[in-house]
Write a protein that binds this ligand. Structure first.
Ligand code: FES
Ligand SMILES: [Fe+2]
Length: 358
């Protein structure tokens, strides 16, 4: 591509794609975000900040997950430092107790709990390994926005999963996930193939949902997939992604080999960026497969490969965040090139979602 072609692509993008979500865009609340892995929430209170809200998580005696405002409305003591009394959480400063719905159950110094004394309670949904939290207020809950993922709940599938804490804005991770062209440079030969930098995904938007797909034909399978798939080289690899919200990228990799009849291997690669703040992100990821589901060696290989790659992304994104924080260069603005089309469409969808909430 010539420089003038790239330039004209930039202009087309700027003119036709409209406003994009940026670091100054308010966090988008009316979606289900991953709050924790199911096993992290127990009878020991867990504190986690999500979309700039300090939240305490625990389970009732029947095992239901609870999410409450972590800040006691009396003197702001963190409730996570208190204790559980049956299904209630008791503040560790003056002993006020709260129910799972956020209402006040008991004030030790008073005969009756004041009705107006309450804390925010957040709707949760447990789905396989994920606990999703609704950050847009209980009155706006929309269960249709929860992505159904049978590959995490049905016994014919197995998965590996991981968590990465990133000192970086969540939008950078979203851009990274739609951008295959960084593979050879950030991830090296273990994951990146020359075709990642050459072949452009086809991108389309339906409503606010971004879909991206690319097919690489007659390619070699990356070394880490060889034993897991038992495919015959070369393969055609289709990479599909859809981004229904700022909380999740659903990736599907389909490998089809050269045997007759062809063998096919499918994996789902799920990325869930949950903003902690505008400069820090909880990154939950999981990879699901429906072959060799009981093979622990494949689990270990799959975990090691994904974990290595996603930590390489974390390093790159944290470098970017740190540079943005320290550089005071006047008038700097990032430039869009043709390969950024998917990211631009996605950021524009996010801008529309933020606008709808405002
Ligand atoms: S600060 Fe929680 S009861 Fe006083
Ligand atoms: Fe990456």
């Amino acid at each position: 591509m010539t420089e003038s072609q790239a330039e004209s692509d930039m202009e087309v993008s700027a003119k036709t794609l409209g406003e994009m979500a940026a670091r100054s865009t308010p966090l988008i609340r009316n979606h289900w975000y991953v709050a924790a892995w199911a096993e992290e929430i127990s009878r020991t209170p867990l504190r986690r900040e999500i979309l700039e809200h300090d939240i305490v998580f625990y389970r009732t005696e029947d095992g239901l997950p609870v999410a409450l405002q972590n800040r006691c409305p009396h003197r702001s003591f963190p409730l996570c430092r208190g204790s559980l009394q049956g299904d209630r959480i008791q503040c560790g400063y003056h002993g006020i107790e709260f129910n799972p719905d956020g209402s006040c159950a008991h004030v030790p110094q008073l005969k009756a709990a004041p009705g107006g004394l309450r804390i925010e309670s957040y709707p949760l949904v447990e789905q396989g390994p994920f606990v999703w939290i609704w950050m847009g207020g209980a009155e706006n809950v929309d269960h249709s926005k929860l992505v159904q993922q049978p590959w995490f709940t049905e016994p014919t599938w197995s998965h590996v999963k991981g968590y990465i804490y990133m000192r970086a804005n969540y939008l950078g991770l979203h851009e990274n996930l739609l951008d295959l062209s960084h593979f050879p440079y950030v991830h090296g030969a273990a994951l990146g193939r020359p075709e990642h930098a050459e072949e452009q995904p086809t991108v389309r938007v339906e409503g606010n949902v971004v879909h991206s797909s690319v097919v690489h034909r007659n390619v070699a399978v990356a070394p880490k997939y060889m034993r897991a798939t038992n495919l015959v080289q070369p393969v055609d690899r289709t990479s599909e992604q859809f981004v229904p919200s700022p909380a999740i990228h659903v990736g599907k990799a389909i490998l089809e080999d050269a045997s007759d009849p062809k063998k096919t291997h499918v994996r789902y690669i799920i990325h869930c960026p949950t903003p902690e703040t505008l400069t820090t992100t909880h990154y939950f990821w999981a990879v699901a497969r429906d072959q060799l589901v009981d093979d622990e060696e494949i689990d270990a290989e799959s975990y090691a490969g994904a974990s290595k790659a996603f930590n390489e992304d974390k390093e790159a994104l944290e470098e970017i965040e740190a540079l943005i924080a320290r550089d005071r260069r006047a008038g700097f603005a990032e430039r869009i090139i043709a390969t950024d089309k998917g990211a631009v469409l996605m950021l524009r969808a996010f801008a529309r979602m933020a606008e709808e909430e405002s």
